[in-house]
Design a protein around this ligand. Structure first.
Ligand code: GLP
Length: 236
């Protein structure tokens, strides 16, 4: 594992974007695993800048996102599909038909999960998976549990996650209680993993995840078993 500490969110964002850019330059047909949340916003802005400057070409890239709230349609500005469109896809030259986000409104969510895993497999797996981390150690929406779940599945969000994500909604009541998330299988099979975290409040869970025991109670701790992980952390 490579653990990089930087002293600002801007540096974190630049470094993360450079790693993603290197991936896309070395393999234009990369399969990128992408994340939502506030942490990657700066990274996405940097990628858009590089694309604008003609330094980066996403036209052959395929993306697969980690997760989506259950029951939020694409047009809802809190859906993760909406987040990806507005924070990244509309600002780079990716083919929107090659961007994938689990469908949280699918009639049969179990089938949606199986189909999503089949899609990732058919793409040959993920080349680079970008991750944030929740305050409870969740990656994607893999919440603390008694087991690590392999496939894409529906989860009931932890009260602490609902509380943390309430800042994006008009009120806590509006935060969906369920989500569909890629499981640990596809994340662990990604060739490279890049986890970004910023803020003093994330320090403890980052340390627990990468230097504590490997346990499904701290979902991100499974990444200690991944052969190619880069963590970029900024206290600010
Ligand atoms: C969300 C997402 C995660 C994200 C995490 C942290 O609930 N499902 O993919 O990494 O919470 O979010 P933030 O970056 O806003 O702290």
């Amino acid at each position: 594992m490579k653990f990089i500490t930087v002293d600002s969110y801007e540096k974190l964002s630049r470094q993360a974007a450079n790693i993603i850019a290197a991936q896309v330059i070395s393999k234009p047909k990369s399969i990128l695993g992408l994340a939502t949340g506030s942490s990657p916003i700066g990274t996405y802005k940097e990628l858009a800048k590089k694309c604008d400057a003609g330094e980066l070409d996403f036209s052959d890239v395929t993306s697969v996102n980690l997760d989506e709230y259950v029951g939020l349609p694409v047009e809802n500005d809190q859906s993760y599909r909406y987040f990806m469109n507005t924070n990244l896809f509309e600002h780079i030259n990716i083919d929107i038909n090659r961007t994938n986000v689990p469908n949280g409104c699918a009639a049969d969510l179990e089938k949606e999960g199986a189909d999503y895993d089949a899609l990732i497999e058919s793409l040959g797996g993920i080349d680079l998976q970008l991750l944030g981390i929740g305050l409870d150690g969740h990656i994607g929406f893999n919440e603390p549990d008694d087991v690590f779940t392999k496939g894409t599945h529906v989860v009931t969000l932890d009260p602490s996650t609902i509380e943390a994500n309430a800042r994006f909604f008009a009120s806590e009541d509006e935060v969906p209680r369920k989500a569909i998330t890629m499981g640990m299988g596809a994340i662990m099979q990604a060739k490279k993993v890049l986890l970004i975290a910023n803020g003093k409040n994330k320090k403890d869970i980052v340390m627990q995840s990468f230097y504590g025991p490997i346990t499904p109670k701290v979902p991100a701790s499974i990444l200690q078993l991944h052969p190619d992980v880069t963590v970029i952390y900024s206290e600010n």
